[in-house]
Design a protein around this ligand. Structure first.
Ligand code: CA
Length: 221
């Protein structure tokens, strides 16, 4: 099921959009302004954002910038009087639709943009602003690349490929053996996990992406 995040300060519009989008089989999230939208993006990965340009809390452009840093598509919802901003918006967003709009027209634009993005599915979102582009082999926080060693990257990929599964230390050692060779043992694995956490976790002392399952191993949710 695909998720759409609506960022709009007009509750009536949000409510009718949510009702319509759910009836079309989408999961819906909503934010009334920039702050709330950024909070949602820190923990959720919607497939597309509908962003009102004129927000009472913050700006639709800032929300769009944050979404673009996470490689998420954006359709702007604009008031007729915003026509001037629309040109600027089109450079940033993927499409826009002027209010009031017909739900069917919005739906066809949503489907169109989603179709366009599905071809770019090599990007995996780990939460907390971290994305992994498995095609390019890059890792980024809020769109800025993080430098990982080959072994750290490989270790991260093992977690990405086994999300939600408990990985024992032995399984991890097996999976990185081909690039780590005999140099990696139980102690060095601890060191590599620590280094990887220092690069991707907000607080490496309290890891949220790669969690320790005491006595058993590690897990990425
Ligand atoms: Ca508004």
């Amino acid at each position: 099921m695909q998720t759409i995040l609506t960022v709009e300060d007009d509750r009536a519009i949000t409510a009718s959009l949510e009702e319509f989008l759910s009836s079309e089989g989408f999961r819906t999230l909503s934010a009334s302004g920039e702050r709330q939208a950024l909070a949602i993006l820190a923990s959720e990965r919607p497939d597309l954002l509908l962003v009102d340009l004129g927000l009472s809390d913050g700006s639709g452009f800032s929300v769009c910038r944050a979404a673009k840093a996470l490689k998420l598509p954006v359709i702007f919802l604009t008031a007729r009087s915003d026509e001037d901003s629309v040109v600027k918006g089109l450079d940033m967003g993927d499409d826009y639709i002027a209010k009031p709009f017909r739900p069917r027209e919005l739906l066809s634009r949503i489907r169109n943009v989603l179709r366009h993005y599905e071809t770019d599915s090599a990007v995996v979102y780990l939460g907390f602003g971290i994305t992994v582009d498995t095609e390019k082999g890059t890792v980024a926080r809020n769109g800025s690349e993080i430098q990982l060693s080959a072994l750290e990257y490989r270790l991260l990929l093992v977690f990405v490929d086994n999300r939600g599964r408990l990985l024992s230390r032995n399984k991890l050692l097996e999976d990185i053996w081909d690039i780590a060779g005999d140099y990696v043992n139980d102690n060095t694995l601890t060191v590599y996990i620590k280094r990887l956490r220092e690069k991707i976790e907000e607080d490496p002392q309290d890891p949220k992406i790669i969690k320790t399952v005491r006595g058993l191993g590690y897990r990425m949710d």
